[in-house]
Design a protein around this ligand. Structure first.
Ligand SMILES: Cc1cc2nc3c(=O)[nH]c(=O)nc-3n(C[C@H](O)[C@H](O)[C@H](O)COP(=O)(O)OP(=O)(O)OC[C@H]3O[C@@H](n4cnc5c(N)ncnc54)[C@H](O)[C@@H]3O)c2cc1C
Length: 394
């Protein structure tokens, strides 16, 4: 069997793998990128609705969930959103801020893939696609075998195989298995940024709300997000629900402020004074979608006019409008999740280089690591930053 020798082998041609390949190549390393997909950067291509939300101007360590909240600091500080923006501008890719610091390509996510590929090809990175990795060994250097019977050898191996979300486009648990093979630990994994499914027993209560969208403040396990929520046939979606799902653990309730900008108490006092004869559900329709207002009054067993709403029912209404407690059954799952929460335990890795502390030359970057960002460009920023950090050590 022929052995192909490199300085660095990277498994995974997604955002993290491509960035790492280009940066290591710039440092004069002979780099090979292996991927089991035929197409490079498939997740980038479908990201941001086809326009790739490639970074967030507000990316900072607090926007990431990890077993060690300090782990991402070093990498994020050494490769900032501005660094990626410079690259995007160098390639004359038009972009815009959609909202909340989220930067998107004006035309197409494929421009980001083309840009990274161009950067990598300029420094002679080699790609071998459509390869299933059959074995990885490390007698001294790393030996990577593939299903075409080729053997690849390098002193450094970078694992950039991402998480489990969207298996339809090639996501696998390969990176976790490889980490375990070399004695590294994996934290608990869960689909995230996917929103919620109701418990089966609650489905009939909520299905009639499908299609309703509200601006709300959703809190889950002490994290709160203010954006839209959308009732689906099976659960809750919309950006605020997706964000909250990053913090969800089985049995965690959601607390939803349905009117984050309104003092409900003042509103009800005025409504009693001015429109005492109106039914509560009609009063609620002034501040909430009609269908939701009707459901809410029924759900709280509030009937009759606002003038007749006694102190106990008024308090019940205020408490529920400002802190409606709902208990999802689960998040939606890997078929819809933007990311996998959890990954290679950060305690096993150097936060400056992403190298495994116990296995010299073995690096983990991007989503496979236990660093998971909010919705809005944060996960790509982590992919770029962790890749850049590793590349400086290769
Ligand atoms: C629908 C969707 C939209 C998203 N939109 C955004 C967005 O707009 N902004 C944002 O910041 N984040 C977004 N994300 C999240 C973001 O795409 C990921 O966090 C990011 O792509 C992770 O980069 P990565 O390089 O670590 O992994 P990936 O991009 O997943 O790349 C992993 C690579 O490894 C390869 N691979 C996997 N298993 C094997 C194996 N066994 N052998 C060989 N190769 C293998 C895969 O084929 C793939 O090429 C989105 C995710 C999804 C699913």
């Amino acid at each position: 069997m022929n052995t192909n020798k490199y300085d660095v082998i990277i498994i995974g041609a997604g955002g993290a793998g491509l960035m790492c390949a280009a940066e290591a190549g710039k440092r004069g390393r002979r780099v090979l990128v292996l991927d089991h997909n035929q197409e490079i950067g498939r997740k980038i291509l479908i990201s941001g609705g086809g326009r790739c939300n490639f970074t967030n101007l507000g990316a900072r360590p607090e926007c990431y969930v990890s077993g060690n909240k300090h782990f991402a600091k070093s990498a994020l500080s050494r490769y900032s959103p501005q660094d990626f923006i410079k690259l995007v501008e160098k390639h004359r890719i038009a972009y815009y801020e959609k909202k909340l610091g989220q930067l998107f390509c004006r035309d197409s996510a494929s421009q980001i893939v083309d840009m990274l590929l161009k950067e990598a090809r300029e420094v002679k990175v080699e790609f071998k696609l459509n390869r299933r990795i059959t074995k990885v060994e490390k007698p001294d250097r790393f030996l990577v075998s593939d299903d075409r019977g080729e053997l690849h050898e390098a002193p450094c191996l970078v694992v950039a195989t991402g998480g489990l979300s969207i298996p339809q486009i090639g996501a696998t648990g390969f990176g976790y298995d490889l980490a375990r093979q070399f004695g590294l630990k994996i934290t608990e994994l869960a689909p995230a940024l996917d929103g919620f499914d109701w418990r089966d027993s609650d489905l009939s209560e909520f299905t009639n709300l499908a299609g309703i969208s509200l601006d709300a403040l959703v809190s889950c396990n002490k994290a709160s997000f203010r954006e839209n929520i959308l009732f689906t046939h099976k659960g809750l979606s919309g950006p605020a629900s997706l964000q909250a799902s990053l913090y969800f653990k089985k049995g965690s309730p959601l607390s939803i402020d349905l009117l984050p900008d309104l003092s409900v108490e003042d509103f009800l006092v005025q409504a009693k004074q001015k429109h005492g004869k109106q039914e509560v559900k009609n009063i609620l329709s002034e501040i909430l979608p009609k269908r939701f207002a009707e459901y809410f009054a029924r759900h709280l067993a509030i009937k009759g006019t606002i003038a007749n709403l006694d102190g106990k029912k008024t308090k019940l209404l205020i408490d529920n409008l400002k802190s409606w407690q709902v208990m999802p059954g689960s998040t939606v799952g890997y078929k819809k999740a933007e990311v996998t929460r959890g990954g290679v335990e950060t305690a096993c890795l150097s936060s400056t280089t992403m190298e495994a502390k116990a296995v010299s030359g073995l690096f983990f970057i991007g989503e496979v690591v236990d660093v998971t960002g909010w919705l809005g460009g944060y996960n790509f920023q982590w992919a770029w930053a962790s890749a850049y950090a590793a590349a400086q050590a290769l």
